[in-house]
Design a protein around this ligand. Sequence first.
Ligand code: FMN
Length: 274
Amino acid sequence: MQTERHAQILEERYGQGHEPKGIIWNAHIEHMMNHRSVRRFLPDGLPDGALETMVAAAQSASSSSNLHMWSVIAVTDPEVKSELYRVSGWGNPFIEDAPAFLLWVADQSRNNAISKAAGGSAIVHDYLDALVMATIDTALAAQNAALAAESLGLGVVYIGGMRNKSQEVADLLDLPGYSYVTFGMVVGYPAPEAQGRLRPRPSQDVVLHRDRYEADRAERISHYEGPFKRFRQDLGMKEKSFAEAVGYSANDLLYMDGRENLRATVEARGFKLR
Ligand SMILES: Cc1cc2nc3c(=O)[nH]c(=O)nc-3n(C[C@H](O)[C@H](O)[C@H](O)COP(=O)(O)O)c2cc1C
């Protein structure tokens, strides 16, 4: 049954009049739909067992061919956090403020070593798909960990900026070949002022196609400008339309902030991307 609270979640998530119908509510769904990135943290450390719980949730995600092609590095040492903040490009000060910073590593190093130790060529790891598989496994694991953290009252924010200087990050963390940090994840107890509104998403008719890709769906995203603008206004963010945000992310290499070198870095780290 949809309660008033559920209706409020849907309205915040989609904007009034764009809410999907027929959501089947339960505690798990409500929890997932309540997600928001947290960028202000209390100084308190993670409770005992939180990291292990997050990793157990991460390990319970599906894994391509059950090959477990990821690792996670939990950084709590303030000096290491500061170094990682520096290489992330300075835009994410909460890396230093929060008690824990997790680095999610797409990791073919174990399986590469196992194969070669048994006399194999590990030829499959020369192909692009080896990188894609490890990256997918990493993302699925991390998102399970994020949901687990949120269920414990913790907050998280992903940090894609860890790919800006990918080789420096790898050196700092002593990463083996055939691996790279896909993203970081800041974890801690949210500060009270961090509990803002949910960030709106485009309505479902933009992303949900039935039976085949329906090209006209792309046009329907124009409705998203309203909720996008209102959210930014409410948070006192600089005025910007969604189309402008997309344009910047697609047209301006400044947006990449070093990630344009990612191909060269992963190739230098062993992946051949054939
Ligand atoms: C892979 C990935 C990388 C991200 N990198 C950053 C980042 O470097 N800094 C940041 O503040 N937020 C980062 N985010 C958070 C997104 O900005 C956020 O998820 C998005 O704006 C939607 O907001 P919400 O998570 O509050 O719903 C990242 C999210 C993902 C999935």
